[in-house]
Design a protein around this ligand. Structure first.
Ligand code: PEP
Ligand code: MG
Length: 540
């Protein structure tokens, strides 16, 4: 048995077999081979596996983001059937007597270059796909990139996980994850909380753990590999206790979220996709306070169409049956990168072209999303909010675009409902001018994850800075109070949708500040409700 101390990013106990997840980080090397026929057979087998993977991805995307988002995987399947591509790979293997990985990498690069040089935009865009499919085949050849042998619920151990990788995992089989890198405030950590799975970071992982039994103690931060029978038994009991504790908390179900002095608090859930809805409903969310819509883009191989987005937003609105659903417009950039956006590499992506800045520089993408949101608003109680706002001008620009989209829908005779517009307060600039911004919008939602990062000048992605990243910093708390005061002066409500909203050590203080809404990962709803219901002090 081995016990390793790491850092917990979400509590809970997970017990199950370990799968070591290797990423596409292996460099392709050119090596000489003798048996060219054997190498070609290896290549052909890899193509069959890659086709199967793409088939599965197509099915998954079809369910989660709809037909047009899934289509890209069909296109990739067709590209892998292309004779020119296959002949080129085989020719390189035969004539140069080299390994299949090298032949695929060379063919992929050559074809991508040819496509990139074409006049037609459609073919230019296929250059990225060429690289993508070649990488997939190389990963199959090298046995990396995909989670193989994942039949039963397991613990995933990896160097690091990007949000785009985490969302691809089959949630029903993911018991927990353990990584060497990653920080407590990264989106992967947030996903773990939303999915309600124990997760540890800063563990010096080892490939030899693959297939062994593991235990994650998300309370102490310990990771057990190959536990002794008595340790296993102790943790099985702890897990049962944890489930009992959850059951007790569930007694909060159906109870109103009201302080002793009678202030009703909106206690909403944060979700990343339609598949988080059962957790939100199961934990009695009063609404959806943050729908991180960018996950629709992360899960898709190409820009999700208006219809795909419409279907997802409509489903959330209908499922929540009249309860408020706040859709945050896409917040791509920083750690949430999507290849098909073709964004330049930046020195400081957290301070770069992200979120609303992308929407304002590429209004066609923004308008597609707004149209989808407005159309879905005819089916429920939808509100929209905009991330990373720093100025009144931005908000006015956004409102103009929104008015244009509404005029287009009116002209086409398409129905939509009343959609409140709010902004996220997650930059110090927006805090300082919150009195002015409050004149422009219907509500504020404070994104404490980014607000802490930009206020303390601490990269939320940098694990080495975790000890300095202090969301309880008085500067952050004073900012929250200032925002709430300015909101109330203008007659609008203010909530918190960053992770701090779920910090039960601060719930009383938020009540005293007059915070009107808390939007938290579904599993935190009951613990927060319990404290709010016991709060006796004044509220502003
Ligand atoms: C935040 O910054 O607090 C927030 C809720 O947005 P995200 O974590 O998605 O950046
Ligand atoms: Mg943010």
């Amino acid at each position: 048995m081995q016990v390793i101390q790491g850092k917990s990013i979400f509590g809970g106990i997970a017990i199950g077999p370990i799968i070591f997840f290797t990423k596409e980080q292996n460099q392709v090397k050119r090596s000489k081979i003798e048996d060219t026929a054997g190498e070609i057979a290896r290549y052909e087998a890899a193509i069959v596996t890659a086709q199967e993977q793409l088939g599965k991805l197509y099915e998954k995307a079809l369910k989660e983001v709809g037909e047009s988002g899934a289509q890209i995987f069909e296109v990739h399947q067709m590209m892998l059937e292309d004779d020119d591509y296959n002949d080129s790979v085989k020719n390189i293997i035969e004539t140069q007597m080299v390994n299949a990985e090298y032949a695929v990498a060379t063919t992929g690069d050559n074809f991508a270059e040819i496509f990139a040089a074409m006049e037609d935009e459609y073919f230019q865009a296929r250059a990225v796909d060429m690289k993508d499919i070649s990488e997939r085949v190389i990963n199959v050849l090298m046995g990396v990139g995909e989670v193989s042998g994942w039949e039963e619920p397991s613990i995933i151990v990896a160097e690091d996980l990007a949000p785009s990788e985490t969302v691809q995992f089959d949630k029903s089989k993911l018991l927990g994850f353990v990584t060497r890198l990653g920080s407590s405030n990264s989106h992967t950590a947030i996903l773990a909380r939303t999915m309600n799975i124990p997760a540890l970071i800063q563990i010096d992982i080892k490939e030899e753990w693959n297939g062994k039994m593991g235990i994650i103690d998300g309370f102490s931060g310990e990771f057990y590999i190959d536990p002794e029978p008595e340790v296993l038994e102790k943790y099985q009991e702890k897990k049962a206790e944890q489930e009992e504790h959850r059951r007790l908390l569930a007694e909060q179900k159906g109870k109103p979220t009201v302080t002793k002095s009678g202030k009703e608090i909106k206690l909403f859930a944060n979700i990343g996709s339609v598949s988080d809805l059962p957790a939100a409903m199961g934990n009695d969310a009063g609404g959806i306070g943050l729908f991180r819509s960018e996950f629709l883009y992360l899960e898709s191989g190409d820009y999700p169409t208006e219809d795909d987005q419409f279907k997802a937003y409509k489903m959330v609105a209908e499922t929540m049956a009249g309860k408020k659903v706040i859709i945050r417009t896409l917040d791509i950039g920083a750690d949430k990168q999507v290849d098909y956006f073709n964004l330049d590499k930046e020195e400081n992506p957290a301070m770069g072209l992200r979120a609303i800045r992308i929407c304002l520089t590429r209004p066609e993408i923004f308008k597609t999303q707004l149209r989808a949101i407005l159309r879905a608003s005819a089916f429920g109680n939808i509100a929209v909010m905009y991330p990373m706002i720093i100025s009144v001008d931005e908000v006015r620009k956004i409102k103009e675009i929104m008015a244009e989209v509404k005029a287009e829908l009116d002209a086409a005779g398409i129905q939509y409902g009343e959609v409140e517009q709010g902004i996220m307060i997650e930059t110090p600039a927006s805090v300082i001018i919150s009195d002015l911004l409050a004149q422009e919008v219907d509500f504020f939602s404070i994104g404490t994850n980014d607000l802490t990062q930009y206020t303390l000048a601490i990269d939320r992605q940098n694990a080495k800075l975790d000890e300095f990243y202090n969301p309880h910093h008085e500067a952050v708390l004073r900012m929250i109070e200032m925002v709430v005061d300015n909101a109330h002066k203008a007659g609008i409500w203010a909530g918190i949708c960053g992770e701090l909203g779920a910090d039960t050590g601060l719930t009383d203080r938020f009540m005293a500040m007059g915070v009107d809404e808390l939007s938290v990962s579904p599993t935190f709803i009951y613990p927060v409700r319990q404290i709010i219901r016991e709060y006796e002090g004044p509220t502003k």
